[in-house]
Design a protein around this ligand. Structure first.
Ligand code: ADP
Length: 444
């Protein structure tokens, strides 16, 4: 191509020079030059028209056997056209392969481009979510699945998780949608019917709630008699110790039942927790008061960095604080320190409970919010732990769009941080979280 370009420029230069020399011989060099330029221009215009006609009609015969720069342009054009056709053919073959291999899948599979527009989908995606093959091609996927949770999922681009939504087609059906990025900016949307799993977990929740509820009445009766026995002066001396043990165990059962009921309520609550105005600093102060007279408890400090108001259900946030503080108290020696803090910034609100206690093995941290999980079962039972506290915390936070972050080092202490979204904060100057250090903390 470079050779042809050089020849082309040289040819034009020679033509112009020839024209100028001939003109000069006749005493009119400029007329000679202008005539040569017009000839060169006319030739190029002709070639351009030939090329344009060839493109229009698809008949490249004349260009195929020509020489010079226009033949080179034709060759380059032909090469690119061939490459384009090759890619198109390969792309079509790939699309066909994907369509054939996903046809047999019971789960929906929808191929999306970088803008989440539909390229192709399998028949199961039609049955599950109403994707109509060719008709929907080129449409954005959230035009077909119109669900706020799914729209938010696409917007956030956090594709390491899935979303669960109600079926847009059938009442009572639930779908699990997951986007898997692949290749260069392409996505695969997987759709699974999870109605059965949702039904079973609803049954489990209802069973636990009903069983706990039914156990409450007989337990109240037993506990009443045990209390009566403990205060009755006629109770024989040999019975005193067993009666105290029975009283303690009845209390423990009451706590288990009320925590199970609380957890079931949080798990099955579908409505928004509401938007009561919560003064988090006031809640921290009243949670600390419960331990005010206890000598066997570590020093509890409060850092109220922001007066921001939290919007949510006050009783649930109160329960979050009570559970985290009770854990910190039970796992920190009296010589240690517990810090309760509240700060808010443009990124959201942080409610943290930190202690300098025994800490937790990092491998066990992901399991702490499981129901009935305890690091040391025997010890936990002795100090009144049941293993439901952090499960309650996680669910109460989830309802507020908040997350629980746990950091810990064995022998050094732990920190439990609740991260609230900014749309649940009002009425305060939001201090950037990182800038909010301990030095500007208003220690209560
Ligand atoms: P429990 O009723 O046993 O406290 P939780 O669900 O509240 O149940 O906590 C689960 C386990 O996590 C506890 O048994 C305990 O081993 C561990 N844990 C919770 N908080 C702390 C803490 N601040 N320091 C050390 N371990 C903790």
């Amino acid at each position: 191509m470079r050779d042809a370009r050089r020849k082309f420029v040289l040819g034009i230069a020679l033509l112009l020079a020839g024209g100028a020399i001939i003109g000069w011989l006749y005493g009119r060099p400029f007329i000679g030059l202008a005539t040569a330029a017009i000839v060169a221009l006319a030739w190029q215009v002709r070639q351009l028209l030939v090329f344009e006609r060839a493109l229009r009609t698809g008949d490249f015969e004349e260009l195929r056997y020509s020489r010079g720069i226009w033949a080179q342009i034709y060759a380059e054009y032909n090469y690119q056209r061939y490459r384009g056709q090759k890619y198109r053919r390969r792309y079509k073959r790939l699309l066909k392969e994907v369509r054939n291999s996903t046809k047999a899948l019971p789960d929906g599979a929808v191929l999306l481009n970088a803008d989440f527009e539909i390229l192709t989908c399998n028949p199961a995606s039609d049955e599950l979510a109403g994707f109509r093959g060719r008709q929907d091609r080129g449409q954005r996927v959230d035009n077909i699945v119109r669900d706020p949770a799914f729209t938010e999922y696409l917007r956030s681009r956090q594709f390491d998780r899935a979303v669960e939504i109600r079926s847009p087609l059938y009442d009572g059906q639930w779908l699990n949608l997951r986007i898997v990025p692949y290749g260069a900016d392409q996505y695969l949307l997987l759709i699974r019917d999870i109605t059965e799993r949702i039904r079973l977990s609803k049954m489990r929740r209802e069973f636990v709630a009903n069983a706990s509820h039914e156990l409450r009445s007989p337990l109240t009766v037993i506990s009443g008699y045990v209390d009566a026995l403990s205060t009755d002066p006629e109770t024989p001396e040999t019975w005193k110790k067993p009666v105290v043990a029975m009283q303690e165990q009845a209390e423990r059962m009451k706590t288990i039942i009320s925590e199970l009921l609380e957890l079931s309520r949080l798990e099955s609550a579908t409505t928004d927790p509401g938007r009561e105005r919560i003064d988090v600093c006031a809640l921290l102060t009243s949670a600390r008061k419960i331990y005010a007279d206890r000598q066997d408890v570590a020093k509890i400090e409060i850092e109220c960095v922001s007066p921001a108001i939290l919007l949510g259900r006050a009783s649930e946030i109160e329960s979050v604080i009570a559970n985290l503080l009770s854990n910190a108290v039970r796992h920190t020696p009296p010589s240690g320190r517990i810090t309760l803090s509240w700060r808010a910034g443009p990124e959201g609100g942080l409610l943290a409970v930190e202690d300098t206690g025994e800490g937790i093995d990092p491998e066990l941290i992901p399991r702490l919010t499981e129901r009935f999980f305890r690091v040391n079962r025997g010890r936990s039972r002795a100090d009144g732990g049941i293993g439901l506290g952090l499960a309650i915390v996680k669910h109460a936070l989830g309802r507020h769009g908040a997350e629980l972050e746990i950091e810990s080092q064995v022998g050094k202490g732990s920190s439990f941080t609740c991260r609230f979204p900014v749309d649940r904060l009002v009425g305060a100057e939001l201090v950037p979280l990182r800038a909010a250090g301990a030095q500007d903390a208003d220690k209560a």
